[in-house]
Design a protein around this ligand. Structure first.
Ligand code: FMN
Length: 165
């Protein structure tokens, strides 16, 4: 099983990337499956196509995901990722826009045919120290979501669809 993180931030360094890395690290710890993280700027479609599970992370920009991230998604063949599993995470200045995960990112994931885990992770800027996740409560949530990722990776329906896509 190959796991690829997709960070939708344009910043470097990036808290969003830090959060995606934390989720990947926890999935690796729980499952033994490894992988890397790519930034949207890399436009690495090929790596995404080879993934079984994609951890999608975005920063909130003006109450939505960044336009550049949407542009990246617009460039993907709508069928290319069908049947793969996904974990959805986001960062923001405050919790006020946490529901973009449910109202916007999950809708986009569904359009792409991704099987997104029911739990998501939202982290505020104050949950980070030096761009690394530093809030134990969020780390606990990350561990829980990683458990759902492990379950999705074992789900035969998702794997069969991914193989057929
Ligand atoms: C252009 C811009 C717009 C933003 N708009 C919002 C917003 O509407 N709601 C919010 O909670 N945070 C907003 N933020 C804060 C970022 O979501 C937050 O700082 C995030 O952690 C940045 O992630 P990064 O370190 O990966 O860039 C905005 C930041 C920028 C640069």
């Amino acid at each position: 099983m190959k796991i690829i993180g997709l960070s939708g931030s344009l910043s470097a360094p990036s808290r969003t990337r830090g959060l995606v890395e934390a989720v990947i690290g926890e999935i690796t710890r729980q499952t033994g499956f490894g992988g890397g993280v790519i930034d949207i700027a890399e436009l690495a479609h090929a790596q995404l196509r080879g993934a079984d599970l994609i951890v999608i992370g975005v920063p909130v920009y003006k109450a939505s995901y960044p336009g550049a991230f949407k542009h990246f998604v617009d460039l993907i063949d709508p069928k290319a990722l069908e049947g793969k599993a996904a974990i959805l995470v986001a960062t923001g200045g405050s919790e006020q826009h946490a529901l973009i995960l449910e109202h916007q990112l999950r809708a986009l994931a569904s359009y792409l045919g991704l099987y997104s885990a029911p739990k998501t992770v939202f982290a505020r800027d104050t949950d980070f120290a030096d761009y690394r996740l530093a809030n134990p409560a969020i780390a606990e949530r990350v561990a829980f979501v990683a458990g759902q990722a492990a379950w999705l990776l074992r789900a035969p329906a998702a794997r069969t669809l991914a193989a057929a896509a």
